[in-house]
Design a protein around this ligand. Structure first.
Ligand code: AMP
Ligand code: MG
Length: 339
């Protein structure tokens, strides 16, 4: 989105509204529209909402991998081989990401920034240009950078590979949503939803009923299913419809398989539930990239509730997910798969 248009939209959307049964605030952060509802009257909710918004804006500055973000500066130093001291909040995020990378067997790879850049998905609006050459992709594959290449030396971190470029795009939203929920809890809020463009975490319930989350249909308008949950739980989806381009009749999207260097083509959308939003975010990306092998990665990442829309064939859901799904009158053909 063009910056001027975004600013106008922000002005229109930075709004705090009284819901019939809660207080709601909407604003732009983390590259998307964030929508928070707190089940409390404005007297109790307003300060919590304001602080949660501040926490998310702060996150955005910290974790942006390109342009002027804190992570971008760090990336520049690391590629030059400089030893860096990491602020504790960045270091703890990197530690969590490293653990999740291992559990995902490298399919969630937060060191993937240079490959993302080769494909042009680091730009807000991708230029019309062809996909990268196989030779360029092969150079990245030969280097195979990973968070394991970020090593501690004399109290500082150094990168062992110039190709290592941190891109927390698959996971930072989860960290941020966790942080916003913690802010709300500190204010004594027990029932709330923090929704960052469809990826979200809920606490408690929506009044008398569970929170109802629509999961988008990856190939049509409207929603595929409603997931009904009470918190604390996070719902994260990775979909091939979020960022993509077409070149010579072929479609290429932003979820890259670190084994091939190409977009992962066996899945169109994958949704997971987990209490920890950071784990849910990383897992949605990793299980998407895993294609048909997703049950294996779900096991190793400790994810039980999954819904996958494969590129071909019926929707797949785990028994744990089945318990939360309400198809209403739209029930598609589906299979239940135990991870
Ligand atoms: P998400 O929407 O959470 O699945 O994150 C997608 C973003 O993560 C992309 O736009 C890339 O910046 C980055 N990304 C793409 N492929 C991977 C991968 N295999 N591992 C980690 N990050 C990735
Ligand atoms: Mg993700």
């Amino acid at each position: 989105m063009k910056r001027a248009a975004a600013v106008v939209l922000i002005l229109l959307l930075t709004a705090c509204a009284r819901e019939p049964d809660g207080t709601r605030r909407q604003f732009f952060a983390l590259g998307t529209l964030v929508d928070i509802t707190v089940m409390a009257p404005p007297e109790k909710a307003d300060a919590a909402l304001r602080d949660a918004e501040q926490a998310l804006l702060e996150f955005e500055r910290r974790w942006r991998a390109w342009n002027e973000g804190q992570l971008a500066v760090l990336n520049g130093q690391l590629t030059e081989g400089q030893p860096v001291i990491l602020a504790e909040n960045i270091a703890s995020g990197i530690r969590q990401a490293r653990q999740l990378e291992r559990e995902s067997r490298g399919l969630f790879n937060p060191a993937i920034g240079k490959l993302v850049e080769l494909w042009g998905f680091h730009q807000e609006e991708r230029k019309a240009e062809p996909p990268p050459s196989d030779a360029d992709i092969q150079v990245w594959l030969d280097a195979a950078p990973s968070l394991n290449d970020l090593v501690a030396e004399n109290g500082k971190f150094v990168s062992r590979k110039p190709q290592l470029w941190l891109d927390m795009g698959a996971f930072a939203k989860g960290l941020a949503v966790n942080a916003a929920i913690e802010v709300l809890k500190k204010h004594g809020i027990t029932d709330a939803i923090v929704n960052a463009g469809g990826d979200l975490k809920v606490l408690g319930t929506h009044g008398e009923r569970r929170w109802r989350i629509g999961v988008r249909d990856p190939r049509g308008p409207g929603i595929l299913a409603a997931i009904e949950v009470s918190g604390p739980v996070s719902v994260f989806t990775s979909g091939d419809y979020e960022r993509w381009f077409e070149w010579e009749g072929r479609r290429y999207h932003h979820l890259l398989d670190p084994r091939s260097g190409y977009p992962a083509m066996q899945t169109t959308s994958l949704t997971v539930l987990h209490e920890d939003a950071a784990r849910a975010d990383a897992a949605a990306t990793a299980l998407f990239v895993a294609g048909d092998d997703w049950p294996l990665i779900a096991r190793s990442m400790g994810i039980e509730a999954v819904m996958r829309v494969p590129a071909e064939g019926p929707v797949e859901i785990t028994p744990a997910m089945q318990a939360y799904i309400n198809w209403e009158d739209r029930q598609p053909e589906y299979r239940v798969i135990k991870p």
